[in-house]
Design a protein around this ligand. Structure first.
Ligand code: 3AT
Ligand code: MN
Ligand code: MN
Length: 558
């Protein structure tokens, strides 16, 4: 066991310092990331810090305000404090111009989550000019209750926890095990993000190298459509931990070497042996932890990457046999390219080349078209369906094992808006025909705001009642003109050599039924269609300008 926690749970693989080639490639990588606008200017970063300072001021005012309401003595209120801490990509130091700031407000025990939701919006409106608040969406009823806000052009995710302490001093950083005492499950989920992020940083030997390597791996994962916890890939925290583990094994190496070893070692890893950053930390609290020796479900995890701090959890429980296969294949590609960067002077940009999911990868696709008659109905419904997509993948994997090699979910849904003039238009829209699509609102990403709102709705909707539209569009008569919002998810089906039939109707039916069993489902408002399609039938908007669309005559791969 290594004495230095930054070297992890085994001996290191090599303590060699970087060669001159490593350093040259490091510089080339930096230039490549810069040219892709992956870093923001100092000016913009300053703005983030300014926003954070003002948020801490607001929190302190909240602490005093509630304290006064409760009649706490001034002496206590003078000391009560309040701390705004960050986690996510900002805290890790791998954020770019489009990143949000993930923050947790930590308050003394007299301030509750209810106070946070009751007072914070008003306090924000008092502190910031109205033109500086461009979004303000409290989402209280979900597993990690959140206020999403955009301040001075920076989007901020605000979560909250109080501690069982009468004051929260400047030095409180949530690292100590004792802070967990007396927290409920929601609080624990809220403080976990910060605790894990800080611990990861604490466990890597060279922060700067870790950041550079992680930036490259995250960019690779996004460009190759391998980023996204919901549908079966690692998310940001999981990639951070995998890269951190490689940094521990090569404590003196530069980023290019870490990237090469990331691909090599994660591909050769003795899965399902877990990736661990530290030895198990005992906690005195009886919290549920990842433990395959105890929990049967945990034993089924295929590529576990375990969070370091107590209580430890698997960050990759959604990975299935197909997404594992995709990941391993892509890691092999990554390794080959980085070897080419080292040995043949290949440019880094090859590593970040866009995926070919739609252009070249499959002959058969499944599209899952979710639709809603209001924006809200569509958001909650598409979020619910997305969270179940992994079960459709699994159903297809298992149902026709003699034909199906793998089922690759695309990591994001495609959002579209349709201006339907007639019942005929509506039917076409629900079937995934794009004739009446409104062009300028269609984007190809699931943005996080929608995701959170979808979760909120999915958890709060308990009946099938119509959700009121906020933008003035109300669900119209079935025959008249109306707007329909859709989110479409795509799965690529890889067939085994020689397979010439595909029978997947029963998992598709099961999937549709299980989505429709959701208590908030209303057949007048929500729709789901699952269609098998050929590559040459894919809609134009899944392709970028300049990409070659598959055609019927072209001999496509299976
Ligand atoms: P960006 O630079 O912001 O794109 P990030 O790694 O900061 O990358 P997020 O802001 O999406 O990514 O997430 C930060 C952390 O917040 C990661 C995860 O622990 C937590 N998180 C994200 N989305 C959710 C969610 N819907 N529910 C609960 N926790 C979430
Ligand atoms: Mn973030
Ligand atoms: Mn966020």
């Amino acid at each position: 066991m290594a004495a230095d926690p930054r070297l992890g749970v085994t001996t290191t693989m090599s303590n060699d310092p970087p060669s001159s080639q490593d350093l040259k490639l490091d510089e080339a990588l930096l230039q490549e990331l810069k040219s892709r606008n992956e870093f923001e200017s100092q000016e913009e970063t300053k703005r983030r810090h300014m926003v954070l300072e003002r948020l801490e001021g607001i929190l302190k005012r909240l602490v005093v305000l509630v304290g006064k309401q409760k009649g706490l003595p001034q002496g206590i209120l003078n000391e009560a404090g309040g701390k705004v801490l960050t986690y996510g990509s900002f805290e890790l130091g791998v954020y770019g111009p489009g990143s949000d700031i993930d923050t947790i407000m930590v308050a003394p025990k007299h301030v509750t989550r209810e106070h946070f939701f009751q007072h914070l919006p008003d306090l924000l409106r008092k502190e910031f000019k109205s033109e500086d608040i461009t979004e303000l969406t409290p989402v209280p009823g979900i597993s990690v209750p959140i206020i999403k806000v955009e301040l001075c052009g920076v989007s901020v995710d605000l979560i909250f926890s109080n501690l069982q302490l009468s004051s929260v001093p400047k030095t409180q950083d949530l690292n100590d095990l004792n802070v967990l005492r007396g927290l409920d499950e929601t609080d624990l989920r809220c403080v976990n993000g910060r605790r894990v992020t800080r611990r990861i940083l604490h466990l890597v030997p060279q922060t700067k190298v870790f950041r550079m390597a992680l930036r490259a791996i995250k960019l690779w994962a996004k460009k190759r459509a391998l980023y996204g916890n919901i549908v079966g890939y690692p998310g940001g925290v999981a990639y951070a931990m995998m890269v951190a583990r490689i940094c521990q094994l090569y404590p003196k190496a530069a980023a290019p070497h870490i990237i090469l070893k990331f691909f090599f070692l994660m591909r050769k890893w003795n899965w399902p042996s877990p990736v661990l950053l530290q030895h198990h930390e005992e906690g005195a609290l009886q919290l549920r932890e990842w433990d395959p020796a105890v929990w049967r479900g945990d034993k089924l995890h295929l590529m576990p990457v375990i969070t370091p701090s107590y209580p430890r959890q698997n960050s990759t429980h959604t990975i299935g046999p197909s997404t594992r296969m995709v990941l391993l294949r892509e890691m092999e590609r990554g390794e080959t390219i980085v070897r080419g960067v080292y040995d043949n002077g290949k440019p880094w940009k090859e590593l970040f080349q866009k995926h070919t999911f739609f252009t070249d990868a499959y002959k058969h696709y499944i599209s899952v078209i979710t639709a809603g008659k209001t924006k809200e109905a569509y958001q909650q419904w598409s979020g619910l369906v997305e969270s179940k997509l992994k079960w459709l993948v699994q159903g297809i994997e298992q149902s026709d094992a003699k034909s199906v090699e793998l089922v690759q979910p695309f990591n994001k849904g495609f959002k579209r808006q349709h201006d339907c003039k007639s019942a005929d238009d509506v039917e076409k829209t629900l079937e995934g025909n794009l004739d009446c699509q409104v062009p300028d609102t269609a984007t190809s990403t699931t943005d996080q705001g929608d995701d959170i709102k979808a979760q909120a709705a999915a958890q709060t909707a308990t009946d099938g009642m119509e959700v009121p539209a906020t933008n003035g569009v109300s669900p119209a008569d079935a025959d008249g003109p109306q707007m329909i919002w859709t989110m479409t998810f795509y799965l690529g089906i890889g067939l085994k050599k020689g397979a010439n039939s595909l029978d997947i109707s029963s998992p598709i039916q099961d999937f549709r039924r299980s989505c429709q069993e959701w208590p908030g489902y209303n057949q007048d408002t929500h729709s789901i269609r699952v269609k098998h399609m050929r590559n040459y039938d894919l809609p134009a908007d899944v392709f970028d300008a300049g990409e070659t669309r598959p055609t019927r005559t072209k001999k496509a791969k299976t």
